[in-house]
Write a protein that binds this ligand. Structure first.
Ligand code: SF4
Length: 386
């Protein structure tokens, strides 16, 4: 049986953050009719698609969004029961739910745990209330602390906290304070990304109103993250992800290692056996799609949206630029096993050039980025496009 990771998208948020270009939209009131309808669609999609995965075993489930924690405990349980009823799940599957501070209390967190959730990811972004306000987050630091403490009391022992650098009005000193506040709580995992201003978002439109960190300050924040978290016992295992021993996110590693994943919900992407597709991104289209799946029953992949079969070149490119995001790098033997060619045959010139420039280390078994290579990873990874 092949391993499978399951992604479940919940597109609802309390309100839209000013920098957000994810597939999400505001809903009013917890568990409104719209959310209930969506949960029914999710269950139907999972049920109707399961036959395509009879030769897979689910090793992880990741609830992403949006804000999945707008779902009631009962709704999460209901969906997880559907997954368990229709998929082979390994006993110790990692089941993560993303959540935003202020959208859960201890009772709800206990219900999520009963539903099987054993890892949560809390979107804090900053410990500075003024910075949070500027990017339109719904919470302040006190609300985050309450959520974090409730999660610990509810028995959740595997927690990620999301942080952001390069925020409007942020200084290196305030970023350092956010890092210190987070590390002092000793979560099992910390993700730290830099804000990317996406065109079309309100923050992009009003960027002139704010003073953003300079490029040099951004680099200082990046260096600080590495050094500070290392001094607190976190191991960096991917460009932006840090974990305590044994607490790396199994689900995300599947993406970076090009494993099979099945996405359910609005706009969710899947990739199984080098075939990639995405669900409709509009609710009306998604409804039609799920109804069609239910009618067709188990017709297999042909029943879904357009599917792209990745060429061997595309697979090799992905293998390199996703795998090199991880600190351990990419395996030479695995490359040869997957593609029937040695890495040198395909990328010999690029490997030599990047090694000479001190951006890459090519060992006997693994090829990985150096610290300098990681600092300019966007340029380095682009070299692997065929
Ligand atoms: S909580 Fe996340 S998904 Fe929702 S609006 Fe904010 S950034 Fe977007």
């Amino acid at each position: 049986m092949r391993d499978l990771s399951i992604y479940i998208h919940v597109p609802f948020c309390v309100r839209k953050c000013l920098y957000c270009d994810f597939l999400s939209f505001p809903v009013s009131g917890e568990d409104g009719q719209g959310i209930r309808n969506y949960v029914n669609l999710l269950k139907q999609e999972i049920k109707s698609s399961a036959a395509d995965y009879r030769n897979h075993r689910a090793v992880s489930v990741f609830w992403g969004g949006g804000t999945p924690s707008l779902l009631s405990g009962e709704a999460a349980w209901d969906v997880m029961e559907t997954v368990r009823a229709h998929f082979h799940m390994v006993e110790d599957a990692e089941i993560t739910m993303e959540m935003n501070p202020g959208t859960v209390d201890e009772g709800k967190l206990r219900m999520y745990r009963e539903a099987g959730v054993n890892r949560i990811s809390i979107g804090l972004q900053s410990a500075d209330d003024e910075e949070l306000r500027r990017i339109g987050r719904i919470h302040d630091y006190a609300a985050f602390l309450k959520t974090y403490e409730s999660a610990r009391r509810a028995g959740l022992s595997n927690i990620n906290i999301d942080l952001m650098a390069a925020l409007p009005g942020q200084s290196v000193a305030s970023y350092r304070k956010s890092l210190a506040c987070v590390a002092a709580l000793v979560p099992e995992h910390i993700s730290a990304y830099s804000l990317i201003l996406e065109e079309g978002t309100p923050l992009y439109e009003r960027q002139g109103q704010y003073l953003f960190p300079t490029e040099e300050e951004d680099r200082l924040m990046y260096a600080l993250t590495k050094e500070y978290l290392a001094s607190c016992g976190y191991r960096r295992y991917e460009i932006s992800n840090y974990a305590k021993e044994g607490r790396e996110c199994r689900h995300n590693k599947v993406y970076w290692q090009r494993g099979d994943y099945a996405g359910f919900g609005l706009g969710a992407s899947s990739m199984v056996g080098n075939v990639r597709w995405s669900n409709p991104a509009g609710m009306a289209g998604y409804e039609v799609y799920v109804e069609g799946l239910a009618r067709l029953g188990t017709d297999g992949p042909a029943a879904g949206p357009d599917r792209h079969v990745l060429t061997v070149e595309e697979q090799m490119e992905e293998y390199m630029f996703l795998g090199l995001r991880m600190m351990r790098g990419v395996g030479r033997q695995e490359f040869a096993r997957q593609f029937g060619r040695r890495m040198e045959e395909v990328y010999g010139g690029v490997l030599d050039k990047l090694c000479r420039q001190g951006l890459l280390v090519a060992g006997e078994d693994y090829v990985r980025l150096t610290d300098r290579g990681i600092d300019v990873s966007n340029c380095v990874l682009a070299e692997f496009l065929l």
